[in-house]
Ligand binder design. Structure first.
Ligand code: OSB
Ligand code: MG
Length: 396
């Protein structure tokens, strides 16, 4: 086992990255991505992580100002104080998530060191991602290799926001189909559901892969309406009810044919096993930010595979920094459905790293999994400076 790096400083960068078009969901409308990047320096090199928290606490209780504050005040100081001992002989090995985690002792030490802070999973995940990037670069290993990727290309879907009109929605969807996307996900809310979903199904034809995401906008009174979505042969219905309401999802799962998929409710291995065993979810959206990090996401993946539950890679409007890591994760064997891992240009005219571009020919609608060390992408630091909305915060 090589030397374990020592974290020397942690810098937070805040920047606004313009979106190519507004993104509207049942909880709000975004026109720029308010990005928080974590830059970690170690004695063996550096790494970058992206925090997925949104500008406002609407998707989750976390939001980007809160994440920056908790990192600066609590998480970064704790990590800088912590000491990581080399793993004992025998602690390394195992299979799946266990082996991956044992191979990155510094990154594996992050979650235990931050556990004294309740919640704030997106903030913790961003720090862990930066440390993981630094540690893997020092080892000369890619994230995909560390995670146990089994494919070089991943199938891409696209998440389509609520549109001003049906006509604009169909235009947008058909643009994505022409670009090659292999699956369409429509954002729905009360008043924007059966009609747009039916219209898009008509346009796509019976073979097009289609799913919907409600971001908790419904209540159990809507179960009969949601069951009517069965007519449109959807891959899944994502998170129709409140985050804490597993029971409502169980009721819907019993009342409809379409698989129910949880996003907001799944905070890690404990909640995913509970939700599966209760029958609240038969497919899982994996977002490392929501689960406190990529290493916990690996455990969630393994728990789902063990129970025969398919997973797919969610997205949070990440720039290339977070997108690279998501694409590596999506290359694991349990990710059998296309992810929200779209190309950079779905959100950004210019990305913070080299852009992710959909392949062509046999790789139409796919992204190549980066295979260079760490995330495998390079942060364009001149853009981080040019788009900064405040001075960087350095914690030593
Ligand atoms: O619910 O999956 C979601 C974006 C922000 C917050 C929550 C969600 C989303 C998306 C977009 O659906 C996924 C992406 O393309 O990055
Ligand atoms: Mg969702």
């Amino acid at each position: 086992m090589s030397e374990i790096p020592v974290v020397e400083s942690i810098t937070l960068h805040r920047l606004d990255v313009p979106l190519v078009r507004p993104f509207e969901t049942s909880f709000g409308r975004e026109t720029v991505r308010d990005v928080l990047l974590v830059h970690v320096r170690t004695d063996r090199g550096e790494g970058w992580g992206e925090c997925v928290a949104g500008r406002d606490p609407f998707y989750s209780s976390e939001y980007v100002d809160g994440a920056a504050s908790v990192i600066e005040r609590y998480l970064a100081p704790a990590l800088l104080r912590g000491r990581v001992d080399a793993p004992r002989a025998g602690a390394v090995g195992g299979t799946g998530a266990g082996a991956a985690i044992a191979s990155v002792p510094l990154a594996a030490s992050v979650a235990p060191a931050l556990d004294f802070v309740a919640g704030h999973r997106m903030a913790k995940a961003a720090l862990e991602a930066a440390v993981l990037d630094a540690e893997l670069r020092a080892q000369g290993r890619s994230m995909s290799e560390c995670f146990g990727a089994v494919r070089e290309w991943v199938d891409c879907g696209v998440s389509v926001g609520i549109a001003p009109t049906l006509e604009e929605l169909l235009d947008e969807v058909m643009g994505y189909v022409e670009a090659g996307y292999r699956r369409i996900k429509l954002k729905i809310k009360p008043g924007w559901d059966l009609v747009p979903v039916g219209a898009v199904r008509e346009e796509l034809g019976a073979a097009g892969l289609l799913q919907v995401d409600a971001n908790t906008a419904y209540t159990t009174r809507d179960i009969p309406l949601l069951a009517q979505l069965d007519a449109f042969d959807l891959l899944l219905i994502e998170q129709p009810f409140a985050e804490e309401d597993l029971a409502a999802h169980v009721r819907l799962a019993r009342a409809c044919e379409t698989p129910v998929c949880l996003d907001e409710s799944i905070l890690g291995t404990t909640t995913v096993i509970d939700a599966i065993e209760r029958g609240a979810t038969s497919v899982v959206n994996v977002k490392p930010g929501r689960m406190g990090g990529y290493l916990e996401a690996l455990r969630v993946h393994d728990a789902c595979v063990l129970r025969g539950v398919p997973v797919w890679a969610g997205g949070m409007l990440e720039t290339g920094v977070g997108r690279a890591a998501n694409v590596a994760l999506a290359a694991l064997p349990g990710f059998t459905l296309p992810g929200d891992t779209s190309a950079s240009d779905r959100y950004f005219a210019e990305d913070l790293t080299e852009p992710f571009v959909l392949g062509d020919g046999e790789h139409r609608g796919q992204l190549r999994v980066p295979d260079a060390p760490g995330t495998g992408v390079t942060v364009r630091e001149e853009l981080v400076r040019a788009w900064a909305t405040r001075a960087p915060v350095v914690v030593r």
